[in-house]
Design a binder for this molecule. Structure first.
Ligand code: BGC
Length: 745
């Protein structure tokens, strides 16, 4: 105490105030923790949730089971004034310290920021990111989304699309992770871990087999269980197991008769029982169709309104038609997710989005996602010191690059490059060109060259310009969006003709594709270079220019097959819903929907043969195969050893046989014993190897036994079929120089 005599009175006052504050806060915390034992962060999330749920009234429980409405979809509740402006808002239980849930669509960045006067970083499309085959990059991708979701005041991200690309014309493929369940599942798990590491709830969607947009609310998908478990559901199984998402969004379509959001097999048997999913199932927006059936099947939460899980649910509970234990389970899953993800202990504080930092991440991932598909006579990389003139050609290539639409749409800083300044807010299904200018990026890379632009609207003028240049670079695009499928895989707006005309005028023509997924390329043999840039995000042009001029050596590989033509697909057309009919006697699709009947059917009779498995099994040549992508260097493979064990262990050597440092994705496929009756081969693992020129490394890949198994429907279990397994290793599904067969029991 003596020492206090030496303190000045003001300091003493401050010190006393500080001590009182500390004591107050300790006291407040201990009373809160005493009164609210679930606020004790050292307890496991399930215990914390159980403590809260015990305290809740029925009304409080019901309030967590539904959203409060969304403009244009269902009536908005007065409570929605507290919404943060995202797709979903769920009132919390302030009495018990349970916060509101603020959900943001965020497939490749946070959606609809423009509407709220905010902006978000646009990452490359999800399919683009899958081309990196880099789970760490997926984690970074998710982390960025998590950070921006949080900075904008949300606590749940509802991106996370992982439907398998069964048909390359699905309009949402750009939001998904490709055609292989092992690649897609691992990539989505990385993304979810990144999101949730920011103390934001993540979600994977659209569960399940929502593989076409046409008539998505009415279609009944017929698919056998084994196929489902080994293809579409496997991506979700891996995503759930490895990513532990808070949410799984059930889809609009029916699967084998029942709507996905009231499908007991999907929601309870597979997801909650077999995969031990601990989070909650939320319906896609207006994808719920009932109270009693959906609740019993495993739907936990209805979005965006309360048609089935509000008052109707309360009455069903009160009349004993829905057991309270079922409601408690729904509520427990929601509350435990808030605890498990750290949302309650570390709630979002609105803050400034780190645009500059975000651009950096976006550019790096775009560089890792750009696939070099063709490089005749080493046309690329371009040498800025020896190229004197460049013709940059293509719609809007002077100002921007196209992005994917629908609920995934991001409004990046600067807004839509083809709209007047200040008109940054995008409307549903606008074509949004991100303000990342290929022309400017190329000019910056080649300051000594004469770089000129032609939009391509006049193909003859574009060809004339190309003729005068050392190199012609065409930026071609194809737009995709939720709510529609592609009619064909051809580039729109006569771009094939434009490319053919330019290629005829200049033998050094390079095509950069800004597409959601595969396109056909009748001109492929006439151009010297092709780069697939996907929807490349906020920094797409800079990333493409870095690859094109060699600052980055391309390393991405296709996560989806590029077929030669639609005629080679398992189905010539995507089945469309029948047109509304008023003729007597004709089935009227809309009446059938109203009567609760499936309006139309689609049958995935190609079974297990999805993507490359189809082309392999049917011996159909493709334009560019799954897993394919060139580099500016070359790689050699040798010394494969496969060792059986709990996990089969493969070792092999990869060497850089070229002149540049690079990163090779070494891919491992397996052919199962004939008695397994599987397609010829499946991806079972991969490894990314960084190599300097002349360097070689030994690579070890351990294979998860599930990836070698088949799903035995009778036993409802994964099963390893005893017999000979052939392991194939190389740089693309079509180029696997190493091979070894071992017997597994
Ligand atoms: C989409 C979901 C999206 C939701 C909310 C639906 O139409 O299918 O992916 O999260 O809308 O915007």
């Amino acid at each position: 105490m003596d020492s206090l005599r030496f303190l000045r009175p003001t300091t003493l006052l401050t010190l006393t105030f500080f001590i009182v504050c500390v004591l107050n806060s300790v006291f407040a915390q201990s009373t809160a923790a005493g009164a609210r034992p679930w606020m004790n962060a050292s307890l496991p999330p399930d215990e914390r949730a159980a403590l809260v749920v015990k305290e809740m009234t029925l009304d409080e429980k019901i309030s967590l089971l539904h959203g409060t409405g969304m403009d244009g979809l269902s009536p908005i509740s007065p409570l929605a004034i507290h919404s943060n402006g995202g797709a979903g808002y769920v009132v919390g239980v302030p009495r018990l310290g349970i916060p509101a849930i603020q959900m943001a669509d965020s497939a490749y960045g946070v959606r609809a920021s423009g509407e709220n006067g905010r902006y978000s970083t646009a990452l490359p499309s999800d399919l683009g990111a899958a081309a990196s085959w880099d789970v760490d990059a997926a984690y970074e991708y998710g982390s960025l989304i998590g950070r921006e979701v949080k900075a904008q005041g949300y606590n749940m991200s509802i991106g996370g699309g992982v439907n398998l690309a069964r048909d390359p014309r699905n309009g949402r493929n750009f939001e998904y992770m490709g055609e292989d369940p092992v690649l897609a599942g691992n990539m989505i798990a990385g993304l979810i871990r990144g999101v949730q590491a920011q103390h934001i709830m993540g979600d994977i969607k659209h569960y399940a087999v929502n593989d076409q947009e046409s008539g998505r609310n009415a279609v009944n998908v017929n698919i056998d269980k084994r196929t489902m478990r080994e293809s579409d559901l496997l991506a979700f199984e891996i995503g759930v197991r490895e990513g532990k998402p808070a949410g799984v969004m059930c889809s609009y379509n029916r699967v084998n008769g029942d709507y996905a959001c009231e499908n007991r097999y999907l929601l309870t048997d597979a997801l909650k029982k077999d995969w031990q999913f601990k989070g909650f199932v939320l319906s896609d927006w207006q994808g719920a169709h009932s109270t009693i059936k959906a609740s019993a099947a495993g739907l936990d939460h209805e979005e965006p309104g309360e048609i089935f899980f509000g008052d109707t649910m309360r009455q069903a509970v009160q009349s004993g038609r829905v057991p309270i234990a079922e409601v408690d389970d729904h509520v427990h899953r929601i509350v435990r997710s808030l605890f498990a993800c750290g949302v309650i202990d570390d709630p979002p504080q609105k803050s400034v989005v780190d645009v500059v930092g975000g651009f950096d991440v976006s550019r790096k991932i775009a560089e890792q996602s750009t696939v070099l598909l063709r490089n005749e006579n080493s046309q690329l990389p371009l040498d800025a010191s020896s190229v004197h003139s460049i013709a940059v050609i293509g719609p809007h290539a002077d100002v921007g690059m196209i992005s994917g639409g629908g609920s995934a749409q991001v409004d990046p800083p600067g807004g839509n490059a083809i709209m007047p300044p200040g008109k940054g807010q995008t409307k549903w299904q606008d074509h949004v060109w991100f303000p990342t200018s290929p022309l400017k990026a190329i000019r910056a890379k080649a300051p000594g060259a004469k770089v000129q632009f032609a939009s391509g609207a006049d193909p003859a003028a574009a060809a004339a310009l190309a003729k005068t240049a050392d190199v012609a670079i065409i930026f071609a695009y194809q737009w995709e969006s939720e709510g529609m499928d592609l009619e064909s895989l051809s580039l729109p707006e006569h771009q094939d003709d434009l490319i053919a005309a330019v290629a005829a005028a200049n033998p050094h023509t390079i095509v950069v594709l800004e597409t959601g997924g595969p396109v056909t390329m009748p001109w492929a043999g006439q151009v010297s270079g092709i780069l697939e840039a996907w929807y490349a995000g906020s920094q797409g042009a800079e990333a493409v220019a870095n690859v094109m001029f060699g600052a980055v050596n391309p390393s991405a590989k296709l996560p989806i097959t590029f077929p030669r033509s639609e005629a080679d697909l398992p189905h010539l057309h995507i089945i469309e819903p029948p047109r509304k009919s008023t003729t007597n006697g004709e089935p009227d699709a809309w009446k059938r929907i109203a009567a609760g009947l499936p309006a139309f059917q689609t049958t995935y009779d190609e079974g297990l043969k999805v993507g490359y498995k189809w082309y392999d099994a049917e011996n159909k040549p493709v334009l560019f195969p799954f897993g394919y992508g060139l580099s500016y260097t070359t790689y050699g493979y040798s010394n494969l050893t496969a060792t059986p064990g709990g996990k089969v262990r493969l070792t092999f050597t990869v060497a850089n046989t070229g002149k540049r440092a690079g990163v090779e994705t070494a891919e491992v496929y397996a052919s199962l014993p004939a008695s397994a009756a599987e397609p010829p081969k499946r991806l079972v693992g991969w490894s990314k190897v960084q190599l300097n020129p002349a360097e070689s490394k030994e690579v070890v890949v351990e294979i998860d036994p599930m990836y070698l198994s088949i799903f035995n429907v009778d036993q409802n279990a994964w099963q390893l079929v005893p017999g000979d397994y052939t392991f194939l290793v190389g740089g693309a599904s079509s180029n696997l120089p190493l091979k070894q067969t071992i017997s597994l029991k």
